[in-house]
Design a protein around this ligand. Structure first.
Ligand SMILES: Cc1ncc(C[n+]2csc(CCOP(=O)(O)OP(=O)(O)O)c2C)c(N)n1
Ligand code: SF4
Length: 326
């Protein structure tokens, strides 16, 4: 069913069903963590009753970047590393839209790294999901900036030489950062709660989701799945709140105030248990689209006059022919 037909039908409905947010059938591998992220996002859209025609998912290139195809909303499958500028352009033109970005660790932290830093600085109201599987999945196991030191890949057959880049620490180092969280694909309720908090934050909400790639990194996170004490859940009345069932399993949890940026930086760089929750949130950081009063309609006449003036600069006007007397 096309988006247009679907929209006509939806106008007759009061609210959306989960199926309304489903797009194509996902082609990710069995057990790929991207499936869990998709389920959490579709649940969020349903819970918030987001309108299909006012919601757009933007991605770069990679397995994770196939995300927009699997949503029933609008989407833009961009080019490698360029999801941020595309999303920013959409937000500038249409600040009323719900704009999500899905990006892989290669897409965001390698080829797109410059765009990532500047997007953080601009703090536009975007919900950004970094699907971090520690490897380039689509191109069949090449090292990414988040690959663990020593990882053997097709581009590092003797093992990766460098320490991994930490996306949380990088993000928390940018002056106008406004929301940073970390989730893991294998605790679905917490993943959902974090994605929902990111969506509700007005500003650039950055969620790093540790995502399993069973195809090229099999068993990498088995120790964390088998031993819940290796995951540190961050709770707070203004952050994540744990359901009693989860609190019984994940006993390693502690209070962390999302306003505490020094605490957030310490947690981000800690080598102990994986911190999961909202590390930092500051709703006071201004959004670039507000500073620039984005989305103001420009009258067609003004656009036409501007284009005419620009074209006139390059127009070669015919020179009067003095010999023919014209
Ligand atoms: C300019 C450019 N360079 C390289 C590529 C090849 N390429 C496609 S996807 C990709 C890496 C994807 O890895 P990641 O962003 O981590 O996503 P994943 O596939 O793991 O989800 C690369 C290098 C490309 N498509 N375009
Ligand atoms: S290669 Fe890895 S990241 Fe890509 S779809 Fe398969 S499991 Fe997922």
């Amino acid at each position: 069913m096309t988006v247009a037909v679907r929209q006509c039908m939806l106008r007759l409905q009061d609210e959306h069903s989960l199926e309304d947010y489903e797009g194509g059938v996902p082609r990710w591998c069995k057990g790929c963590g991207d499936n869990a992220i998709l389920a959490a996002v579709q649940r969020l859209c349903r819970g918030e009753d987001l309108s299909l025609e006012r919601t757009v998912f933007v991605s770069g290139i990679g397995c994770s970047s196939r995300f927009p195809h699997y949503m029933g909303t609008y989407g833009f499958h961009g080019i490698h590393g360029r999801a941020f500028p595309i999303a920013e352009g959409i937000k500038m033109a249409r600040p009323d839209l719900n704009v999500f970005v899905n990006t892989g660790d290669g897409d965001c932290c390698s080829i797109g790294a410059a765009h990532w830093i500047h997007a953080l600085r601009y703090n536009m109201n975007l919900t950004v999901l970094l699907h971090d599987n520690f490897v380039y999945g689509l191109t069949k196991k090449q090292a990414s900036p988040t690959s663990p030191k020593g990882l053997r890949t097709n581009t590092t057959p003797r093992g990766a030489y460098l320490d991994a880049l930490n996306p949380l620490s990088v993000t928390l180092g940018v002056q106008s950062v406004s929301f940073v969280a970390q989730a893991v694909d294998w605790i679905p309720q917490v993943l959902f709660d974090i994605v929902a908090a990111a969506y509700r934050h007005r500003g650039f909400s950055f969620v790093r989701i540790i995502q399993r790639c069973p195809e090229f990194m099999p068993g990498l996170f088995d120790p964390w799945l088998q031993d819940p004490s290796k995951t540190l859940l961050l709770t707070h009345e203004d952050g994540l709140q744990l359901a009693p069932e989860l609190a019984r399993i994940y006993k390693n949890h502690r209070e962390h105030d999302p306003l505490d940026i020094d605490g957030a930086r310490r947690l981000a760089s800690s080598d102990d248990a994986i911190p999961v929750g909202i590390l930092y949130r500051n709703p006071e950081v201004p959004c670039y689209e507000d500073l620039r009063r984005a989305g103001q309609a420009r009258p067609v006449e003004r656009i036409r006059a501007g284009l005419e003036a620009e074209l006139d600069r390059f127009t070669v006007w015919p020179v009067a022919d003095t010999h023919s007397g014209t």
